[in-house]
Design a protein around this ligand. Structure first.
Ligand code: ASP
Length: 593
């Protein structure tokens, strides 16, 4: 007869010493020390050592204990004992205890597992994903999901206190242009028609404001068919909110307080200062990216004005072609680089379009390196040293190119070098708001303006004619929240009048008919007293990844997909039967090639 579990293995404690208790869990390790068998039993909370001794057990049970292997599931009852000082294991919290087994039941046997169930496992990720059930048994993984749960719980509590209500929005929606690629869902009822899985609940949450719900939130799955990276998955989770009648700063304040609550609930850290705010222009100018990592300095310094008077042809021609010259100073690391290794850093910036990366070391005799001869005169050396605060032992990196190439290249190099030389505290949580975003960016390929946030974002200028006259200069009432160099969320004040919304559609190239066809339901709703509203969405996976100090979001998603979008566990996506296809009125040109 199975007994009830008294406590998790990882939670045995002083109060239970001397008592008869029952544990249930997995065999981590078994050691036979001449007649006495020691077994570490593991469950989601940790380990407890169990001692099997012939004095307390039948011969049959001793034989069973002898046959225990890794990952067998057992039920053990016995008396909890405090171990002698000399024998305690200080590495685990329950290392001071052991259970003297008085009965043993094997609840399930296990084959030899293909991966070790331990935290510093260095198995290939594909092997881990294929064996995800075993992988998730590792204590570190369970802790990630406990953390994720604490995050969503504190968010729900916080929003609940502020009268936000959780409303579900559809997953089967309509495909809309712009943004990322949609996942399409065919339907047998309507030949040739498709639903799309939502990239976000954006329009629905706005409609809920039109409906007078006032404060909405949802912790919701979103789907985007994009190229995947470490911090992207085809399906991911947003903490999505929308409010009526609040200003940008009020929405930012609610979000900021929520994030502070999350940090307090999960890390016990009280962030008292307000999160810093930076304009988009300042972020690009000083950090090269719109999601600056402000845990360290090494800002980009502009030499565009100085380049024409320098002796260096590469700088001069970049500027005469309308480009820029900027630099960063990696302090005190000159000795870490040989000519070869400094030159090799070109590989970091090449993917961002840079054709060259110039560098100089600062020595007691002045600049040193391939381009140093161009900057040997007093004026050059003063200008460079002063602006970059260059001192002996520093190494300076320059990029001369089009403005966006300079920004992206040095922005990436800055982060890359900081990681390599550990220029920041890995435990730091550096939040920063990015505001004053451009409304539009020009898409060279399509030859038109596209919305930088989305087409429902309100411009700072309330006059649609003025926005249309100069779209390149128009700023949005939009805000992003960045943590340690990752965009963890963003939102905006939305357009709530028909005229402005129609003008913005027109500006990004929709005809009246197209706008009506795609967004008629929104345009229609805007005609019936639509309140001023705005909101934001946080990327839950990224936030948890950063709090857990994991390198990618797959570590905080129970069943993630690979970089190629494949679920290795179930082998999705997969082929379907021809009968299913024909029911959906689909014909696949080449099914199995
Ligand atoms: N729906 C937007 C997004 O997914 C966020 C927002 O504007 O609230 O990026």
């Amino acid at each position: 007869m199975s007994k009830q579990r008294t406590v998790y293995c990882g939670l045995v404690n002083d109060e239970l010493v001397g008592q008869t208790i029952t544990l249930k869990g997995w065999v981590q390790k078994r050691r036979d020390l001449g007649g006495v068998i020691f077994v570490d039993v593991r469950d989601r909370e940790g380990f407890c050592q169990v001692v099997f001794n012939a004095e307390n057990l039948s011969a049959e049970e001793m034989e069973m204990a002898d046959k225990l292997r890794s990952e067998y599931v057992v039920e053990v009852t016995g008396v909890l004992n405090e171990r002698d000082g000399a024998q305690t294991n200080p590495k685990i919290p329950t290392g001071r205890f052991e259970l003297f087994a008085e009965s043993l039941t094997v609840l399930a046997k296990s084959k030899t597992p293909p991966i070790y169930i331990e935290d510093d496992l260095d198995a290939d990720e594909e092997v881990r994903l294929r064996n995800r059930v075993l992988d998730l048994r590792r204590p570190k993984m369970f802790n990630n999901f406990k953390l994720r749960h604490q995050v969503t719980r504190s968010i729900r509590n916080y929003l609940d206190n502020l009268e936000f209500i959780d409303v579900e929005t559809p997953y089967l929606t309509k495909s809309t242009p712009e943004g990322a690629r949609d996942y399409l869902v065919p339907t047998r009822r309507e030949a040739g028609k498709f639903y799309a899985l939502p990239q976000s609940p954006q329009l629905f949450k706005q409609l809920l404001m039109g409906a007078g719900f006032d404060r909405y939130y949802q912790i919701v799955r979103c789907f985007r068919d994009e190229d995947l990276r470490g911090d992207r998955q085809p399906e991911f989770t947003q903490v999505d909110l929308e409010t009526s009648f609040l200003s940008q700063s009020e929405i930012q304040a609610i979000t900021e307080e929520m994030l502070k609550e999350v940090v307090k609930a999960t890390k016990g850290i009280d962030i008292v200062e307000a999160f810093p705010t930076m304009t988009y222009a300042q972020a690009i100018n000083e950090y090269g990216v719109d999601k600056p990592d402000i845990r360290f300095e090494m800002k980009l310094v502009d030499f565009t004005d100085f380049a024409p008077e320098s002796e260096f042809g590469v700088f001069k021609s970049a500027v005469s072609n309308g480009g820029q010259v900027k630099a960063i100073n990696l302090k005190g690391q000159a000795d870490a680089y040989t000519r070869k290794t400094a030159d090799a850093l070109i590989d970091v910036v090449k993917p961002y379009g840079a054709k060259g990366l110039a560098w100089m070391k600062v020595t007691s005799e002045g600049f040193n390196g391939p381009i140093a001869k161009f900057f040997a005169d007093d004026n050059s050396s003063n200008v460079i040293s002063e602006r970059l605060n260059a001192e002996e032992g520093d190494i300076l990196f320059f990029v001369a190119d089009k403005a966006d190439v300079v920004a992206a290249s040095l922005g990436e190099l800055r982060v890359n070098l900081a990681k390599q030389h550990q220029l920041f505290d890995p435990n730091a949580l550096a939040f920063v708001w990015i505001t004053d975003w451009p409304m539009f960016e020009y898409d060279e390929e399509e030859g038109r303006y596209v919305a930088m946030h989305h087409m429902f974002t309100a411009p700072q200028n309330a006059n649609p004619e003025e926005v249309k006259a100069n779209p390149a200069e128009a700023l949005a009432q939009a805000y992003d929240i960045v943590l340690n160099g990752y965009e963890i969320g963003g939102g905006s004040i939305r357009i709530n009048n028909l005229d402005m919304q129609e003008q913005i559609f027109d500006l990004v190239g929709f005809t009246k008919e197209q706008a009506e066809e795609q967004f008629g339901f929104l345009l229609n709703a805007l005609e019936y007293g639509f309140p001023p509203h705005g909101g934001l969405a946080l990327g839950l996976d990224r936030l948890v990844m950063l709090l857990a100090q994991e390198p990618n979001i797959r570590e905080v998603i129970a069943f993630p997909k690979t970089g190629r979008g494949i679920d290795l566990l179930s082998n999705a996506p997969g082929y379907v039967e021809n009968a299913q296809l024909s029911e959906l009125h689909l014909n696949i040109r080449s099914q199995k090639d």
